[in-house]
Design a protein around this ligand. Sequence first.
Ligand code: CDV
Length: 331
Amino acid sequence: MAARILTVAAAQLGPIQRAEPRGVAVARMVALLERAHRRGVELVVFPELALTTFFPRHYHEDRAEADRWFETAMPSNETAPLFAAAKRYGIGFHLGYAERVQEADETGVVRTRYFNTAILVGPSGDILLKYRKIHLPGHAEYDPARKVQHLEKRYFEVGNLGFPVIRAPMGGLDGLNMGMMICNDRRWPEAWRVLGLQSVELVALGYNTPSINQDAKGFEAHHLRVFHSHLSIQAGCYQNACFAVATAKAGTEDGCELFGNSIIVNPQGEIIAAASTWDDELVTADCDLDLCTLGRTTIFAFDRHRRPEAYRRIVDQVGAVAPETWSGERE
Ligand code: CDV
């Protein structure tokens, strides 16, 4: 049987400043798609909120002022060149953006809703899958203790699409199981496992992670920020026997440093390609999807080894509770 190899790219973006129009970011992304085409890439992954600056760092007291960061159509006039280039080259892509939509909520009321969204677009230009970020970090109100705000909880609702996986043709492959995450999701093993339980083979994930922990709740060494990002992605890939293409926005944006360090990881948890700049950079790798088989037929053969009856707390409980206290006596 022929090897199932997909050539992928993490299309890291350097900073996008607050005043820059979407057209500038789109032109840079089209240039990366052209470069990807020259290198024989079949799937390109762009970062989270790839069309603008990472605007949740900016406080708008009037929530409506933030509407300008959101897309109301995809594709739109401004993003159409991206879809056209991908179609021209027969390349699929993953794109993160802020989505504003008129949609019924869980009570059936149609209202304006806001999500931190990513789409997976096939080589024909069709949207194959949509994901809305579930693990929203940060806070909803202005926090005077922080030098830089992180207002994702102000500007977005929690995603309502779960963690979907789609099997679709990509590049030279008749079918590939693909799922998505957005930034903070990568730190949550539950997210990886929900994708793993749908036999995901490749996870596309974009992020914007500041180099400095702005939470003002204790010291976190800079190098550990990158380590924790890589640790989470490598563990997720190993424990769910899948590849990940993890793409950052990098460099100094509106005076705030984003750490970059985009990586491509294989099902053994190894980094097989990594960014070396804080700029627009195309990081590529050939992914042999048959490498997913080893993990999922041995240590992580879920059907044989998982014990969901012992995992009830994972879905029944949100916060941690205190354990029972030992009632014996100390010597
Ligand atoms: N955009 C993000 O989700 N960023 C978070 C930061 C706030 C820690 C992340 O997990 O990288």
